[in-house]
Write a protein that binds this ligand. Structure first.
Ligand code: AMP
Ligand code: MN
Ligand code: MN
Length: 344
């Protein structure tokens, strides 16, 4: 992980100049024969995939014919996140080594692009679309709006400025991105603009009920039992986080194996942990290798968990952030507890 402090310039909203530069960058990819590569962050979530695939369809409408979408790591998309235009996805090994235009989605730092990070150098023009306040400012041309609820809000506005009309498949991708990053329009950045965008997307005829059921309200029985087991071991520390309370849970590879579940089912588990009323901060450790953990943190407002995530080599938002932890679970929990105490 490169920078450890949020770069200046990610604290404000994009200016008209920033939007104009982004429009120019995209237009450079509209020349006949131009090769365009879109990349979203590793282990993509709904916003990463949805903003990328929604934007990709917009570029197709604008006449781009040589168009690739990818992300670092194995080319697998969890079933709940299946969406239109996935035929555009190619394995990272097939990604153009030197595209005319590169656009990144929802990546707050270069490390989130894995081995594809070299395209920032080899691409003729590169554009970063993001909404993390912790964005390290790695893009030459970038639209980073820390007040946007999702990267798809930024992507949709850029498509609007490019005069791309929304269609149903494009809207489904952008909606999935919006609905996942806002927690179904419940989180703090759910502004009137978010609802206005949602209205434009829903007006294309997408099936919001089916999308919500698939993403939020459907999981295998084994995953339900797994959640119960992990939550049964959750610990509450009312005195931690400066007396505002910390709750944490740990899901191991053994838990996954016991219930025969793939790792992605755990993405939803933080929502159960963060419900605990007695705690401002919720912490979930998901084991990915014997001494490696995907760590999710949530705050109700008392703590800024993005500062802790960035200090631990990750990133995110004030109220939702994460990092990759190394060592045993207790060591990682101790480190987070200490940093929370230092913050309060
Ligand atoms: P999650 O807890 O995985 O839902 O992620 C919450 C937020 O933290 C998202 O905005 C992610 O982009 C960010 N995040 C999670 N894990 C990492 C990581 N390893 N590095 C950087 N940012 C992360
Ligand atoms: Mn994301
Ligand atoms: Mn996002």
């Amino acid at each position: 992980m490169k920078a450890t402090t949020p770069a200046a310039g990610t604290t404000g909203r994009p200016t008209e100049q920033d939007w104009a530069a982004a429009v120019d960058a995209v237009r450079s990819g509209l020349r006949p024969g131009a090769r365009v590569l879109l990349v979203c962050h590793v282990n993509p979530d709904g916003d990463a995939l949805g903003s990328m695939l929604g934007f990709a369809q917009g570029l197709r409408r604008l006449g781009v014919t040589s168009l690739q979408c990818t992300f670092p790591g194995p080319l697998t998309v969890p079933e709940p996140l299946h969406m239109p235009a996935m035929d555009l996805l190619i394995p990272e090994s097939e990604a153009d080594p030197a595209p005319d235009l590169l656009v990144t989605f929802d990546a707050a730092s270069e490390s989130r692009l894995g081995a594809l990070v070299d395209r920032l150098e080899t691409a003729t023009v590169s554009l970063v679309l993001d909404h993390h306040a912790s964005n390290t400012g790695f893009g030459k041309v970038s639209l980073v709006d820390p007040f946007a609820a999702a990267t798809s809000v930024v992507a949709a506005e850029l498509l609007r400025r490019l005069d791309v009309p929304l269609d149903r498949d494009m809207a489904e991708c952008l909606y999935i991105a919006l609905v996942t990053d806002t927690g179904s329009f419940k989180f703090d950045l759910t502004t009137p603009e978010v609802h206005e965008l949602a209205a434009r997307l829903v007006a294309t005829g997408i099936d919001v009920g089916a999308i919500s059921r698939r993403i939020f309200d459907s999981r295998p029985f084994g995953a339900v039992r797994l959640f119960g087991e992990v939550m049964g071991r959750a610990q509450l520390e009312p005195a931690s986080a400066g007396g505002r309370g910390l709750v944490y849970a740990v899901a191991t590879l053994a838990d996954l194996a016991k219930h025969d579940q793939p790792p992605y089912v755990l993405e939803a588990l933080i929502d159960s942990v963060r419900c605990v009323a007695e705690a401002d901060v919720a912490l979930l450790l998901k084991q990915v290798a014997p001494t490696e953990w995907a760590v999710s943190m949530r705050s109700k407002g008392g703590a800024d968990v993005s500062l802790i995530a960035v200090a631990m080599g990750g990133g995110g938002h004030r109220l939702a952030a994460g990092f990759t932890g190394h060592g045993n679970a207790e060591e990682i929990i101790d480190a987070v507890r200490d940093r929370l105490a230092a913050q309060s």
